[in-house]
Design a protein around this ligand. Structure first.
Ligand SMILES: *[C@@H]1O[C@H](CO)[C@@H](O)[C@H](O)[C@H]1NC(C)=O
Ligand SMILES: *[C@@H]1O[C@H](CO)[C@@H](O)[C@H](O)[C@H]1NC(C)=O
Ligand SMILES: *[C@@H]1O[C@H](CO)[C@@H](O)[C@H](O)[C@H]1NC(C)=O
Ligand SMILES: *[C@@H]1O[C@H](CO)[C@@H](O)[C@H](O)[C@H]1NC(C)=O
Ligand SMILES: *[C@@H]1O[C@H](CO)[C@@H](O)[C@H](O)[C@H]1NC(C)=O
Ligand SMILES: *[C@@H]1O[C@H](CO)[C@@H](O)[C@H](O)[C@H]1NC(C)=O
Ligand SMILES: *[C@@H]1O[C@H](CO)[C@@H](O)[C@H](O)[C@H]1NC(C)=O
Ligand SMILES: *[C@@H]1O[C@H](CO)[C@@H](O)[C@H](O)[C@H]1NC(C)=O
Ligand SMILES: *[C@@H]1O[C@H](CO)[C@@H](O)[C@H](O)[C@H]1NC(C)=O
Ligand SMILES: *[C@@H]1O[C@H](CO)[C@@H](O)[C@H](O)[C@H]1NC(C)=O
Ligand SMILES: *[C@@H]1O[C@H](CO)[C@@H](O)[C@H](O)[C@H]1NC(C)=O
Length: 547
């Protein structure tokens, strides 16, 4: 499951940050629905509604920071409200402002980091003021009431960076009787994933505004064909689960890539997906390996779907009823040109059993298999409501215009057995770019990579990330020996960590001998130490000039 739609929709939304795979039409509809019902669900789940503890505030900011660039024509002088939250309970005069960028989702999804995660930990250690800042075109920070193609034109990497700079230089925190703007106060910015790339770029582009920044799993290199997404999973995922996935996918591709119509029909029927006409739509069903990204050491946000997937498809037959279908599975394995060994046949049978669950969702939707499983429905990709924006449309726009990150099976080199079908290629996986935004060109990754790509560095810019993170191949840490760790330019790989794991925290009364895991405790302690060290170097701007 790429969006955990059946289990907790909230977990699903959190996990969806930096889109995982290509949702089908049926999943898109469920995702928009989940976004709509999000706030009522949030209240039901939390013991404490965090927006009561931390009420939202707005800062009015310009929509357009680049009046000389034809790209943004027609220009505007209008402003819109950017949402933020803060905690001043640890603040003492002279302390820093520590801002966490919300990235491509609701800012209030990040409030747990203010309550007990990395923001809480740093402001407690530094007498700082903690802030969560929403990103334009996400959450409730929209410049326009719809995200039509024309209204989306101010959603770009450079506009979003300029907006954070403007915020740091102009915000006046309600109830705080002091000027805490940059550069009079030291500002430290933190972000995870896409927001981690933003913090890295902020230090490079606005070094006078941000005294230091921390890029956590910061994807500073935009990549169009991002087949490497699956490499950390292949290398660090549970080995038996990885090999069962590879066996099954090799059978799938062994049949699909031969273009043998009869064998393909037999394959689809054996899985119960005979009503899915398009072969790529069919292949796109078998992508639950994406669940790896949503695994987390923090029990509150961990998605169990990946381990359910693995235990169901690994080992000998887990679905006793399917013993009757063994000969069908064996003939599929033969049609794929693979040896008729029990392990491969079991992998196919287990895949039939596991993915059969998706048929239940499809049937209850009332849609036909084609309607539910296609990723090629123009009507849906054209939805320009704000719910669609939050569910997928804003981030997809960034993907199609600047970032790429299309996770193909086709890109895997011949000597690597991929974890998703090789039929999933750029052409199919970028259909939505054409259908949603009339975008036929590849993304202009240079608009991102001009800030430094894999080599993005600056004094007081830290890179931290998990070695098992599927996004590591888009971060400087993919080349772990490229740089030496130092307090001035920290460089830390979290052993067995996945996606920005040091961002989370739990209450002291929730810790156990294994929670948080030692590498996470170490990363958080290290982070606090280097922030304190950076702050000890801070001098009020102009100090030397005045002497
Ligand atoms: C912030 O702005 C939004 C949208 O413009 C508005 O609905 C909301 O009432 C504002 N909130 C505050 C606290 O001013
Ligand atoms: C617009 O102005 C900024 C600085 O004011 C400059 O850095 C940038 O290159 C200009 N862009 C264009 C397209 O002229
Ligand atoms: C924005 O304001 C400037 C300065 O007042 C003016 O020259 C310009 O025409 C305005 N632009 C738009 C699009 O209204
Ligand atoms: C299978 O068919 C597709 C589309 O018709 C074609 O592009 C591809 O080359 C064919 N592959 C083989 C192995 O014949
Ligand atoms: C398994 O075999 C049974 C009996 O032949 C058949 O009714 C059923 O549809 C098969 N199941 C699948 C998932 O192919
Ligand atoms: C398969 O997944 C389900 C959840 O969908 C889980 O309840 C079950 O325990 C798993 N089966 C095995 C054999 O692990
Ligand atoms: C696969 O092997 C089993 C057991 O060795 C045998 O019964 C079956 O006929 C074989 N099937 C194919 C398609 O070769
Ligand atoms: C595409 O999606 C729309 C809206 O959900 C639906 O009404 C229509 O039947 C779908 N078309 C196809 C060809 O699946
Ligand atoms: C799509 O883009 C092309 C140019 O790339 C343009 O000619 C065409 O009018 C656009 N279509 C729509 C519906 O905007
Ligand atoms: C980083 O920059 C150096 C030269 O400055 C270059 O040799 C190297 O290939 C770059 N590394 C990456 C990963 O781009
Ligand atoms: C743990 O501490 C938090 C914060 O002080 C509190 O809200 C929570 O109820 C406590 N949990 C337990 C199980 O005592």
């Amino acid at each position: 499951m790429r969006y955990s739609l059946l289990a907790g929709t909230l977990l699903g939304l959190e996990a969806a940050a930096l889109q995982l795979g290509l949702p089908t039409a049926g999943e898109l509809a469920q995702k928009v629905q989940a976004t709509k019902s999000r706030h009522s669900a949030l209240k039901k789940r939390d013991d404490v509604d965090l927006s009561v503890l931390y009420p939202p505030h707005n800062l009015s900011v310009p929509i357009d920071f680049f009046h000389n660039d034809t790209r943004y024509e027609p220009h505007t002088n209008d402003t819109f409200n950017l949402r933020y939250w803060f905690d001043a309970s640890y603040y003492k005069p002279g302390g820093p402002v520590f801002v966490l960028l919300g990235g491509e989702t609701y800012g209030d999804d990040r409030l747990p980091f203010l309550q007990k995660g990395i923001v809480h930990q740093v402001i407690e250690a530094t007498n700082g003021l903690g802030v969560i800042l929403e990103h334009r075109y996400y959450g409730e920070s929209f410049p326009y009431p719809s995200v039509s193609l024309e209204n989306l034109r101010f959603l770009s990497t450079e506009q979003a960076l300029a907006e954070v700079d403007y915020f740091a230089r102009n915000v006046k925190f309600p109830g705080i009787d002091a000027d805490l703007t940059a550069p009079n106060t030291p500002w430290i910015a933190y972000g995870g994933s896409y927001a981690g790339a933003q913090t890295a770029f902020l230090r490079v582009v606005y070094p006078e505004t941000f005294w230091g920044t921390i890029a956590s799993s910061g994807v500073t290199e935009a990549i169009y064909d991002y087949w490497e997404y699956f490499e950390p999973i292949r290398q660090y995922g549970p080995p038996d689960c990885i090999s069962a996935t590879q066996s099954f996918i090799s059978v799938l591709d062994g049949i699909l890539l031969k273009n043998n119509t009869a064998a393909i029909k037999q394959l689809k029927d054996a899985f119960g997906f005979g009503g899915v006409t398009n072969n790529q739509d069919f292949a796109n069903i078998f992508t639950d390996i994406y669940g790896w990204q949503s695994t987390n050491w923090d029990p509150e946000v961990n998605s169990p779907s990946f381990y359910n997937y693995c235990t169901n498809i690994t080992g000998s037959l887990n679905f006793p009823d399917l013993e009757a279908n063994r000969s069908t599975a064996a003939s599929l394995v033969a049609a794929a040109g693979k040896g008729n060994d029990t392990a491969t046949v079991d992998a196919v049978l287990n895949a039939i059993g596991w993915y059969g669950r998706k048929l239940t969702s499809q049937r209850s939707s009332g849609l036909t298999q084609d309607q539910y499983f296609t990723a090629l429905n123009d009507t849906q990709w054209e939805d320009d409501s704000l719910d669609a924006a939050n569910a997928y449309r804003s981030w997809n726009y960034q993907v199609c215009t600047e970032w790429g990150y299309i996770q193909t099976g086709s890109g895997a080199p011949a000597d690597i057995q991929p974890l998703i079908s090789r039929t999933l290629d750029l052409e199919y996986l970028t259909y939505f770019c054409r259908a949603s935004y009339n975008r036929t060109e590849p993304p202009d990754v240079e608009k991102v990579n001009k800030y430094g790509g894999f080599n993005t560095s600056y004094p007081r810019l830290a890179h931290i990330g998990g070695n098992a993170d599927p996004w590591r191949p888009a971060t400087p840490l993919w080349y772990p020996d490229a740089k030496k760790d130092s307090i001035k330019e920290p460089w830390l790989l979290i052993s067995h960590g996945v996606h920005h794991w040091e961002e989370n925290g739990i209450f002291p009364n929730e810790t156990t001998p294994t929670l948080p895991p030692y590498p996470v405790i170490y990363a958080q302690q290290y982070l606090k130490n280097f922030v304190i060290d950076w702050l000890s170097d801070w001098e009020k701007p102009g100090y030397f000039a005045e002497l």
